[in-house]
Design a protein around this ligand. Sequence first.
Ligand SMILES: [Zn+2]
Length: 108
Amino acid sequence: MNITHTITNQNGEVIEAISNDEWQKSLEEMEANKKVHRHGWSDNAECKMCGRKMSNAALAKARSVHMTTSGDLVPVNANIGDLSQGFFEVGSECAKRVPKGFATKAGA
Ligand SMILES: [Zn+2]
C-alpha cells in the first residue's frame, strides 16, 4: 500500500496520507464481509479496512488506524486537529498492509 498524497495540517505541516480507495475494500466487498460472522461474534467490531467481524481472539490483537474526516489514513501520531475523525480498529492481518507508522496497538 502506498502513500497517495499529502495533506496540510492546521500548523502548515505536510502530512503523508493514503486515500480511501487505496486502503479500504470496495463497499461491495465490505458489505459481503460484514455478513460473515460466527455465532457469538455478531456484536463484535468490524475491521474498518475489510469489513470482517473480528473474533474475540482477533480483537485482542486488533490495531488502530487514524482517519481524516475525508476518509484518508494518516500516521497515527499525526497532529491533524479538526481534520481527524478519530481512530478505528482494524484486524492485525489488514494492519500489516499499511506503511510503518500508520497503525498502532488498539486502545493505545
Ligand atoms: Zn480486515
